[in-house]
Write a protein that binds this ligand. Sequence first.
Ligand SMILES: NC(=O)c1ccc[n+]([C@@H]2O[C@H](COP(=O)([O-])OP(=O)(O)OC[C@H]3O[C@@H](n4cnc5c(N)ncnc54)[C@H](OP(=O)(O)O)[C@@H]3O)[C@@H](O)[C@H]2O)c1
Length: 257
Amino acid sequence: MLASLFDLTGRTALVTGGSKGIGKGVARAYAEAGADVLICARHETELQAAAREIAEALPVRVEYAVVDMLDRARVDHLAHEALHRMGKVDILFNNAGNNRPQTLADTTDAVWDEILELNFTSCMRLARALVPGMIARHWGRIVYTSSVMAFASNPGRGLYSGTKAALVGMTRAQALELGPFGITVNCLAPGPVLTDLPLSLLDAEQKQRFADRTAVKRWGQVADMVGPALLLSSDAGAYITGSTILADGGLVCRTFD
Ligand SMILES: NC(=O)c1ccc[n+]([C@@H]2O[C@H](COP(=O)([O-])OP(=O)(O)OC[C@H]3O[C@@H](n4cnc5c(N)ncnc54)[C@H](OP(=O)(O)O)[C@@H]3O)[C@@H](O)[C@H]2O)c1
């Protein structure tokens, strides 16, 4: 009975940024819960390896698509491709994202446009294209990967924080629009999670400081994101919508020391 709440047998999920990090972990968890999965990212070698790894371990259909989420036409086409290849998309884990730190004074239009497009606009475009099918089936789950940086920030992180906070706001409106059609819309807001993304931006001392500021005194693992993602993507989370689940090890609890 309890297990059936998280059972995704018969569901199909699309996971952007599914070749590594949080996206790959969540795609595998969806597959373990019984869903067919389509993962996408830019680099084919990593995508192929991730898809093969999941498919070899689990008796579900796993496919991949090479997509640059900065290419609007490709994002729009991805929705059609997913419906054509997989038959339907019930769960959208809208997760591909990046962080290109720059202070206000150093902000360039090019970096601004790129991160806004990737972290926010592309997420809306993909959801917009997939929602009609969810409405027709009267069941859908949309999960945006926000960040603890929607709620607290650091110098140079204004653009990243802004896009992640924008997802939190957009989620509330979409939850109200889509709730009557059996669709929930939520954000998962990770704290520091050991993936390539933060590791490429932080030195060893900064990494230690992040861990020290959490309540649990450690970095998150991709595995720590799987439970919250499954909750928001299954029948277990049917009454959760418009919400943002902070999975940050208590990072934002602390004020100055
Ligand atoms: N890790 C953290 O501490 C943390 C904390 C809070 C929020 N987040 C958020 O979690 C999400 C996943 O991050 P992660 O930590 O798992 O990072 P990651 O390991 O670097 O994975 C990022 C994924 O996104 C894909 N991607 C990046 N740019 C893309 C583009 N233009 N088009 C299509 N796919 C693209 C990457 O594949 P390709 O490079 O092949 O395209 C990869 O699959 C992001 O939205 C991030 O902002 C992460």
